[in-house]
Design a protein around this ligand. Structure first.
Ligand SMILES: C[S@@+](CC[C@H](N)C(=O)[O-])C[C@H]1O[C@@H](n2cnc3c(N)ncnc32)[C@H](O)[C@@H]1O
Length: 443
């Protein structure tokens, strides 16, 4: 499957362009071909042009660069440093903000929260006065800067318009405005809404039909929203049986009860071959944290609450001898089996309820590494599972408790060597822990 080649291409690009020490900070859940890295004292947004990575973005990174340059006088906007496009890659470099994980208002006291809120409005109004609307204001796009003030970043949905329209859009949350289209025909027609929409829809349909009929395959250039087109999506899937199997797996997982309650979306989001398999959480960010710190070669992995089993699949691809994924949900295990087949691996799966009175512990023997990623939260008798985990030499763990509590739980389970792997997009710390220092392999 082309997945491994694509991941190698990413590794090569990051090594050559950002350096060995670049750290992956975040991955878009809409496309894992859109990532943010920290490299020295810079933040670098990187995009590999694929149909899914350009879908739904108002701005290219070049647009974002130009917009941020225009906002360089606003203290709450990070200084932008450079924009580069080489082949299928583009990158946008800006100054590093100390608080990259965004700002979460629920943790502050009400007075501080109110002050922060006021500071955000203040920055946004300055941006608006310069004729720019941010267009995507939420807590993840806000952080604290070096001076302790508020900063606003991520201008990929920003647009240029008259200041009053910007205020209406950002502060009142009303209306839309297309990027840099203030003088474009479509934007003028936006005032006559129906005609504008109709023309845009017709133009898109015509473009996709031409591409479909000319069978040129996906073109990785900006502005081609292939992934949106049911025609093209089907053609791309049919061209690769592994992707077709994966699409089936994702569709089963999205209907299973193993994702967030009432959500009809799979748990993992991942991109392969220019197609985004949508899900609640981008898998690549967590895998990046794990693969750099855990050596799977020749080992036996047990994945508790495996869902679609992406950890087992990746462990197998990294040389694990045997992987078993267990989950309470039989449907999601069906999806996991299909996914394992699509990736060309032979992960085994078994339905097990970790909360059942049945002594499942006795059947699950002989594993070197056990993983418990976001699963203990859903189990009532946590002590029982911790006691099972403690029987193993190594554990990969992500919980819903605070970082300190998680570390305490790992220590109580007898793990002496505890390595924080980094936080996920949900602000949860991941850990690798062992009873003694085990050789760490850096990929
Ligand atoms: C939030 S998902 C985490 C998936 C995966 N471990 C990860 O983080 O990448 C929780 C998974 O645990 C499974 N689960 C919940 N309760 C369980 C139980 N009692 N026994 C086994 N699996 C359970 C769910 O079906 C779901 O697939």
């Amino acid at each position: 499957m082309r997945y491994l080649q694509e991941q190698e291409a990413w590794d090569r690009f990051v090594r050559n362009s950002l350096g060995e020490n670049a750290v992956l900070v975040s991955v878009s859940k809409f496309s894992s071909d859109c990532r943010v890295y920290r490299a020295n004292d810079s933040i670098v947004k990187v995009r590999r042009f694929t149909p899914s990575s350009i879908r739904g973005r108002n701005n290219s990174f070049e647009d974002e660069y130009l917009i941020m340059q225009q906002l360089s006088s606003v203290p709450g906007v990070p200084a932008v440093r450079s924009y580069k496009r080489v082949g299928e890659w583009e990158q946008l470099e800006m100054e590093l903000m100390p608080e990259l994980d965004g700002y979460d208002p629920t943790f502050g006291n009400p007075r501080e929260t109110f002050k922060d809120f006021w500071d955000i409005v203040h920055v946004v109004i300055q941006i608006n006065r310069l004729g720019c609307s941010h267009g995507d204001l939420h807590w993840r796009n806000v952080g604290r800067n070096r001076e302790g003030g508020i900063s606003v970043f991520d201008f990929d949905q920003a647009c240029l318009a008259s200041p009053w329209r910007c205020v209406v859009r950002d502060i009142l949350g009303l209306g839309t405005c297309e990027r840099r289209c203030e003088f474009s025909l479509f934007n003028r027609l936006r005032y006559v809404r129906g005609i504008g929409f109709l023309l845009r829809a017709l133009a898109r349909l015509a473009r996709e039909l031409i591409m479909f009929l000319s069978r040129t395959g996906p073109s990785y250039t900006q502005g081609v929203h292939l992934a949106k087109s049911p025609f093209m999506q089907r053609a791309m899937l049919q061209a690769d049986p592994a992707l077709e199997t994966l699409a089936e797996a994702w569709s089963i997982a999205s209907l299973s009860k193993a994702s967030a309650p009432d959500a009809t979306i799979a748990y993992y989001s991942i991109d392969i071959g220019g197609i985004n398999f949508p899900g609640e959480r981008p898998w690549i960010l967590r895998w990046e944290r794990i693969r750099k710190n855990v050596d799977f070669k020749g080992k036996r992995l047990l994945e508790l609450g495996c869902n679609m089993g992406l950890l087992s699949i990746h462990a197998k691809l990294s040389g694990a001898a045997f992987c078993l994924g267990i989950d309470i949900d039989k449907d999601v295990l069906l999806a996991a089996n299909l996914a394992s087949r699509a990736f060309g691996t032979d992960v085994e799966h078994r339905p097990v309820d970790l909360g059942d009175s049945f002594r499942w512990e006795e059947e699950l023997n002989g594993f070197d590494i056990v993983s418990a990623l976001s699963v203990l939260h859903w189990i009532e008798d946590k002590e029982r599972v911790w006691s099972f985990i403690s029987r193993h030499k190594e554990v990969i763990y992500e919980g819903h408790e605070s970082e300190q509590e998680a570390e305490g739980n790992l220590r109580r389970a007898g793990f002496t060597h505890i390595v924080p792997l980094g936080t996920t997009e949900r602000n949860r710390q991941m850990f690798y822990a062992s009873h003694k220092r085990v050789g760490v392999q850096l990929c």
